[in-house]
Design a protein around this ligand. Structure first.
Ligand SMILES: NC(=O)c1ccc[n+]([C@@H]2O[C@H](COP(=O)([O-])OP(=O)(O)OC[C@H]3O[C@@H](n4cnc5c(N)ncnc54)[C@H](O)[C@@H]3O)[C@@H](O)[C@H]2O)c1
Ligand SMILES: C[N+](C)(C)CC=O
Length: 500
């Protein structure tokens, strides 16, 4: 496979039909990391046609479930074999630390193993009691068909695996379009699928821009389902483009996620230490470029000053640098665009009256800011309120805003005061209160006394404008299946509805 042959159609790695290429940049120094094919409509149509043929005429949809599960387990083994290679690709492409890259590979592996076990453990269908022994009635699941998958740059392989693993488990074929910013690990995954023995044409990849590649996938009549993970603006366009063909649409969009801390969680030294540490983890892991980032700290007023002072002290000590270097805790932002966006959010927050507690600029030291890398200091903005743009919109950068409350009702109102509804957390030493608040939060995932864990067995997705549908868990498999009722009359006879 030559450098720019990153389009995979019908088992063949190839360059873009137009010959166009794109440079993928290393966000730590803005230098070229790789050159990939810049696919267009022609490449996308060819990939869809291959996936269509593989679904309509190929063996995969009819492959016994046990064999599909076995293939998924082989992919999991290959992912673990290549763990260091993939972690390095992911770290250099996204800027995240090598250790975060390793965790991603393990989570991806677990997703493949989970969906293998899930389908392998299912019964072939659900027998329905039709009320008479003369009828055999059964509800079965079948693959949806050709799936289009569009993924973001922050967790390229992880978000791909939450689509690819259930889609294959269910017997679908697919075309995947990774983010043009970070396409490299998806290309590697598709190579592993071939190595594991997936039939030709089942897995196709087109590297290229959202428009035209993602747009074409969304509108194409031969695509039966489009599963998108990314921002609200692009997700809305995908839904609009998909509507005329009434294909299934799954959207995993952004969040503006509250991290609610009650004073009782901070009553002991250990409790205080844990809540501060986890607030840092919530907001700044992967430089805040996480859909579920706890970017809004909503804290009980009585502990606000002590909590925020300690938080800012620790945030200032976060070690920035190239994600592959030992000891580095936060890498750069992924692109110049993300850096510009972060700077603009901080500037608008300060204009609107926020109090800067730390950060608020790029690091000055060359040691942590090599050449033109896209680094930005972890930033804490105190005295924020709901009218501020930085509180309402997803910043997707290393910015933590602080709001405070006096009562439980006020905490819940603030936490739900967002058009999104992806994730959030509540910290309290009072179990009854923590559960009461969790029950009132309008978010797809709620953590009590924790932040960020997700499990392949548990559905992931959002309320409100955080999306439509769920990934992971049994519902994450059902996204990729049609449900069919087969009603078999064992003693057919005339119904005589018509006399003649
Ligand atoms: N809910 C989740 O699980 C989850 C997970 C990760 C990221 N995200 C969200 O993703 C966003 C960050 O990722 P991003 O900046 O890559 O998002 P993005 O919306 O800019 O891009 C996502 C993908 O959509 C493609 N795209 C862009 N325009 C398109 C169009 N018109 N038609 C079809 N596809 C198009 C892009 O090329 C990319 O592959 C954040 O909002 C984040 O919250 C959500
Ligand atoms: C879904 N998650 C948390 C892995 C990545 C979100 O950006």
């Amino acid at each position: 496979m030559a450098a720019a042959e990153t389009i995979h159609v019908d088992g063949v790695w190839q360059a873009a039909a137009s010959g166009a290429q794109r440079e993928v940049l290393d966000p730590a120094d803005a230098k070229t990391l790789a050159v990939v094919a810049e696919g267009g409509v022609e490449d996308t149509d060819a990939a869809i046609a291959a996936a269509r043929r593989a679904f309509d005429q190929g063996p995969w949809p009819g492959t016994p479930v046990a064999e599909r599960a076995a293939l998924l387990r082989r992919v999991a083994d290959l992912l673990q074999r290549d763990r260091e290679t993939i972690a390095l690709i992911e770290s250099r492409d996204t800027g995240k630390t090598l250790e975060e890259g390793r965790v991603d590979v393990d989570d991806v592996t677990n997703a493949f193993r989970y969906f293998a076990d899930l389908v392998a453990g299912e019964s072939a269908g659900r027998v329905v009691d039709a009320g008479t022994p003369e009828v055999h009635s059964v509800v079965v699941h079948e693959p949806v068909g050709v799936c289009a998958m569009i993924t973001p740059w922050n967790y390229p392989l992880l978000q791909a695996s939450w689509k690819v693993a259930p889609a294959l488990a269910a017997g679908n074929t697919f075309v995947i379009k990774p983010s043009e910013v970070t396409p490299l690990s998806t290309v590697h995954l598709v190579k592993l699928l071939a190595e594991a023995g997936l039939p030709t044409g089942v897995a196709n990849v087109v590297t290229g821009a959202g428009d035209p590649v993602g747009a074409r996938l969304s509108e194409h009549p031969d695509v039966d389902l489009v599963s998108f993970t990314g921002g609200l603006v692009s997700g809305t366009k995908v839904a609009q483009a998909a509507a005329p063909t009434v294909k299934k649409v799954a959207l995993e969009l952004g969040g503006k996620n509250p991290n609610v801390v009650f004073a009782d969680a901070c009553a002991t030294a250990d409790g205080f230490d844990t809540a501060v540490d986890q607030a840092l983890n919530a907001a700044f892991i992967h430089s805040g470029q996480v859909c579920s980032a706890g970017a809004r700290l909503i804290i009980e007023e009585s502990v606000r000053e002590r909590f925020v002072a300690e938080l800012a002290r620790r945030a200032e000590k976060i070690k920035l640098g190239r994600g592959t270097e030992d000891g580095v805790e936060c890498g750069p932002l992924v692109s110049a665009q993300q850096l510009d966006k972060t700077e603009a959010f901080v500037a608008s927050a300060l204009e609107e009256g926020a109090l800067l507690r730390c950060g608020g600029k790029q690091p000055e030291s060359n040691e942590v800011r090599p050449a033109t890398g896209y680094f930005y200091l972890p930033t804490v903005l105190d005295q924020c309120h709901r009218e501020m743009r930085v509180v309402r919109e997803e910043t997707f950068g290393p910015i933590l805003t602080v709001e405070s409350f006096q009562t439980e009702d006020e905490a819940v109102t603030l936490a739900n005061d967002t058009e999104y509804g992806l994730a959030g957390a509540v910290w309290s030493a009072d179990t009854a209160r923590a559960r009461r608040v969790a029950a009132r939060l309008r978010h797809g995932t709620v953590w009590i006394n924790d932040y960020h864990p997700y499990l392949p067995q548990a559905e992931w997705g959002g309320f409100g404008k955080s999306g439509v549908g769920r990934e992971l868990g049994p519902a994450g498999l059902d996204e990729y299946r049609e449900t069919k009722h087969v009603y078999e009359n064992l003693r057919p006879s005339p119904v005589r509805w018509f006399a003649g």
